[in-house]
Ligand binder design. Structure first.
Ligand code: SME
Length: 154
């Protein structure tokens, strides 16, 4: 996967600085351009320690997710990307879609604030390599750079 090319294409696509437009475009862009995914979307910290469902592509999903739960909660709490080869082996994984087998969740941090996470699910086990992780983290950087993020949480 040519993630450098994807980053340049996403940069060109995000020609507004609006968080709602850009998060919707980013979810659709990833879902269209990266193979073997069944869910791509944002969860936003709109109230303290709670992730609220934002723009996404895929089946209707679980909402809300507390920081104490699931792969998304772990990414938000630790502020570290969670790359899970087998979701069934992850303690506390929240199964929104039974088809999901592996998952990548990237925390979105701006000005020291955890704004939200980008969550990506695949129906294939071990779908995400270290290279995928680095490439998708770079796409998140493009999103963060392009977007004026409102602070939902004081
Ligand atoms: N599996 C996630 C929940 C969100 S869905 O995958 C869309 C988790 O364990 O946090």
């Amino acid at each position: 996967m040519d993630y450098d090319l994807l980053a340049r294409q996403l940069e060109a696509l995000l020609d507004s600085d609006d968080w709602l437009t850009n998060s919707a475009q980013t979810a659709a862009f990833i879902n269209t351009n990266i193979a073997s995914l069944n869910w791509v979307g944002f969860y936003l910290q709109r109230s303290p320690q709670l992730l609220t469902l934002g723009p996404f592509q895929g089946n209707p999903a679980c909402n809300p997710i507390p920081f104490s739960k699931g792969v998304c909660g772990a990414a938000a709490t630790q502020r570290r990307t969670q790359r899970v080869d087998d979701v069934h082996a992850f303690p506390g994984h929240i199964a929104c879609d039974a088809a999901s087998r592996s998952e990548l969740v990237v925390p979105l941090v701006s000005d020291g604030q955890l704004w939200g996470v980008l969550d990506i699910d695949s129906p294939l086990p071990e779908r995400f390599s270290e290279q995928d992780q680095a490439g998708i983290e770079a796409l998140c950087e493009v999103f963060l750079k392009a977007t004026r993020l409102p602070s939902f949480v004081a």
